[in-house]
Design a protein around this ligand. Structure first.
Ligand SMILES: [Zn+2]
Length: 428
């Protein structure tokens, strides 16, 4: 294989095998491992491109989209004062025009959508299928409304209210599933198996991870060094894995220090499988210990977007490996603690944030109380979503209506003809 001229290659974390990217997300030798991008560029050059694409050197794409969505880092004054922290930096991922934060879907999921869409266009041309509890699907729909590239999204019926865009679009085939997040994911897999369609790959998708890794890059560029601690509320932990990988790249760069940040992750009680397994020192999540009464627990969570039942925790290169390599912890946060932290953030920083981001703020509050972080430590807080109120003030929100609806456990033949008809009208 000639890889001399490639911008990057993919390496299996488990066996080290190097492959050329053809929308590849699995080791050809079949390992249960993440593939990781290795870029030819050793140093990061911040390019004069919009949004996440200013970090294109560390994105698995050649081209970019004219979309100004990216992470925005600033040094906190309000929350920093409340918590007695002298070096608290916030990477805000959402809509906040006063700070030039322009993610109109208000979720950091948009960071992963942008390179994912470009990579698929460059490498394989299939139509993407995404299943989510709403935020990822909304981010795909928002980008689709701007770029006119079609996407199939599968969302549980209860989460349809999260499906809106700031521009009207008829390029989204929204399928609603009468069931929960897991049912939607299962049906999404069936749709992806149709010829001409491609599942977006979840945590295994390197474009998705490297897109989210721009949070760490943006933080390090703003701080001019790596943070000591990184805080994030997690469901799958993919965003944190992405930032760990980005931190390794930044160490290779040489200008930002050589110590990985400690990763302080948080989950929302009562559904906390990774917290439970990590606390017991286990690499495997055991359903009968860590996910008892999963359905009922998930219904009780304030931040239900953090309710992933199959997170990339044990997989080679996943959350467990990250915590062992970089150091860190997983904290658990009650609804009440998250609500209090959310209110504290709004009054201190003057922007609304979503429940998942509130979970992360709550874990920071706890870490300060427990003296797990010191007053001069350099802390990067990933605010994974916010500005919902601001976007409503500035834009008309258009509801994305489901084109099709199915029951939990439905077969793909129930939608196959309609989906082909829909895409047929768009591929021309
Ligand atoms: Zn392998």
């Amino acid at each position: 294989m000639n890889i001399e001229n490639e911008k990057y290659v993919l390496r299996c974390v488990e066996c080290g095998k190097v492959v050329k990217d053809e929308c590849t997300d699995r080791c050809p030798l079949g390992h249960n491992s993440l593939l990781r991008t290795e870029y030819r560029a050793e140093q990061l050059t911040v390019r004069n491109l919009p949004g996440v694409f200013k970090y294109i050197d560390f994105l698995p794409v050649e081209g970019h989209l004219p979309v100004d969505s990216g992470p925005i880092t600033y040094k906190s004054e309000g929350l920093s004062k409340e918590l007695g922290l002298k070096n608290l930096y916030i990477t805000f991922n959402g809509y906040w025009p006063e700070r030039h934060a322009n993610i109109k879907s208000c979720s950091f999921k948009e960071l992963e959508v942008l390179p994912t869409v470009v990579r698929v266009k460059e490498k394989c041309k299939d139509t993407l299928v995404v299943a989510s509890a709403g935020n990822t699907s909304r981010a795909f729909a928002q980008i689709s409304s701007v770029t006119q590239s079609p996407v199939v999204t599968v969302v549980p019926e209860c989460c349809l209210e999260r499906m809106w865009t700031t521009q009207e679009t008829d390029n989204v085939c929204l399928i609603s599933v009468r069931g929960d997040y897991t049912d939607a994911i299962r049906f999404g897999e069936k749709v992806s198996s149709l010829k001409g369609f491609l599942g977006e790959g979840g945590a295994k998708n390197v474009a998705r991870r490297d897109g989210m890794g721009t949070v760490l890059l943006d933080g390090a560029v703003f701080m001019k060094r790596l943070p000591d601690y990184y805080f994030q509320g997690v469901g799958s932990g993919t965003g944190a894995i992405a930032c760990w990988e980005a931190a390794m790249r930044i160490i290779r760069d040489g200008r930002f220090g050589n110590v990985l940040p400690k990763f302080c992750l948080s989950q929302n009680l009562p559904f906390v499988p990774m917290y439970s397994a990590w606390k017991d020192g286990r690499r495997e999540i055991a359903a009968d210990i860590d996910m008892i009464n999963a359905e009922a627990s998930i219904r009780e969570m304030r931040a239900d977007v953090l309710s992933n039942r199959n997170p990339p925790y044990s997989v080679a290169g996943g959350v467990y490996d990250m915590l062992c390599d970089a150091g860190g912890m997983i904290e658990c946060v009650s609804n009440r603690e998250a609500d209090d932290a959310g209110r504290l953030f709004v009054s201190a920083e003057e922007i609304d944030i979503d429940p998942a981001a509130s979970v992360s703020v709550a874990s920071l509050v706890k870490a300060v109380e427990n003296q797990q972080v010191g007053s001069t430590d350099r802390i990067l807080l990933n605010v994974t979503g916010g500005g919902y109120e601001r976007v409503r003030e500035e834009h008309d929100l258009h509801r994305v209506k489901p084109l099709l609806g199915v029951g939990a456990g439905a077969g793909v033949e129930e939608v196959r003809d309609e989906v082909y008809r829909w895409i047929g009208g768009r591929r021309g």
